[in-house]
Write a protein that binds this ligand. Structure first.
Ligand code: BJW
Ligand code: ZN
Length: 246
């Protein structure tokens, strides 16, 4: 079989599995939002003023230079504010409506799944449109662009920080427990647009597969997990997701 024939057959196989499944889990990463204009972390857009995006997404960076980190998040809020969901986000809305059980685990903090109309979205890494007080812990929605510096909590005087999960910080343990339960119970899982380097999300596909699910990856490039999963489809999410789901 030639490569294009193999690719067409793989796509067909994923499509059938998705159609037959009643319990579906989807895990998304920055790649699903790339065609909406969101820069990915490890791709060409992963640099800001000579800093690697991943170096600024840490509690150490915020402790050392909160203004720099807020400048970075204000810049990203400005980039994200006008962006719209793309064909891949929309296809997942239709998939949710067709399934008995559907969970959308996302590492993205951009809110584009909700903007498209997805309902059961579990945000593993938080949301950039929410802030959290670094002293008293309260959260609130804040859509101002930019947020003036220093943003201080009216109740305790602590500094607001983006309500996102930085490196070295734990994901919400309750959310994580429910995510693993959904991964154990699903028939089919789709892993879309994530590089598979940031734990614990990276190994969730493998976890679902080990628990009996058919797991398909959709990515522009191979990832560390491509060979371990059931099928790996290479291409753009905006092209492949509607074809797999439709
Ligand atoms: C397309 C496309 C198109 C492009 N169509 N595809 C076990 C082993 C080793 C280390 C650890 C471990 N457990 C925990 C760690 C430490 C750390 C970690 O994983 N480090 C690794 C880098 C080694 N993990 C953590 O610290 C996590 N916390 C935790 O586990 O706590 C317990 C603990 C702590 C410490 C030690 C041990 C345990 C927290 C991780 C939080 C990640 N936070 C960020 C920032 C969020 C806020 C913000 O946005 O500012 O989350 S980092 C960043 O990476 C962001 C993303 O959600 C995350 C994943 O990135 P993603 O989405 O995969 O994007 P990219 O850019 O990497 O990839 C895009 C992909 O799309 C590419 O593959 C492209 O090919 C593809 N693509 N266009 C389809 N059109
Ligand atoms: Zn406070």
């Amino acid at each position: 079989m030639t490569r294009p024939e193999q690719a067409a057959q793989n796509l067909q196989r994923v499509k059938e599995k998705v159609r037959e499944a009643s319990r579906v889990v989807v895990l998304t990463g920055a790649g699903i939002s790339a065609e909406s204009g969101v820069p990915t972390f490890r791709g060409a857009g992963g640099l800001w003023r000579q800093h690697k995006a991943t170096d600024l997404a840490t509690p150490e960076a915020f402790a050392r230079d909160p203004q720099l980190v807020w400048d970075f998040y204000n810049y990203r809020r400005e980039v994200l504010a006008p962006l719209q969901p793309n064909a891949a986000h929309k296809a997942l809305v239709a998939l949710e409506a067709a399934k008995e059980s559907f969970v959308l685990l996302t590492q993205n903090i951009d809110g584009l799944h909700q903007a498209a109309g997805s309902e059961n979205v579990w945000e593993l890494h938080g949301n950039i449109w929410r802030v959290r007080c670094s002293r008293c812990g309260q959260r609130r929605e804040d859509r101002r662009v930019p947020i003036p510096f220093p943003p201080l909590c009216q109740d305790c005087g602590g500094m607001w920080r983006p309500d996102v999960v930085w490196f070295g910080e734990s994901l919400d343990p309750d959310l994580l427990r429910r995510a693993y339960e959904a991964l154990e119970e699903c028939d089919v899982m789709l892993v879309i647009g994530t590089s598979g380097v940031v734990q614990p999300a990276a190994s969730m596909g493998l976890y679902a597969k080990e628990n009996g699910a058919f797991v398909a990856e959709i990515n522009l490039e191979p990832t560390p997990y491509s060979r371990a999963l059931s099928v790996s489809l290479q291409g753009k999410a905006g092209d492949l997701v509607p074809r797999v789901v439709g």
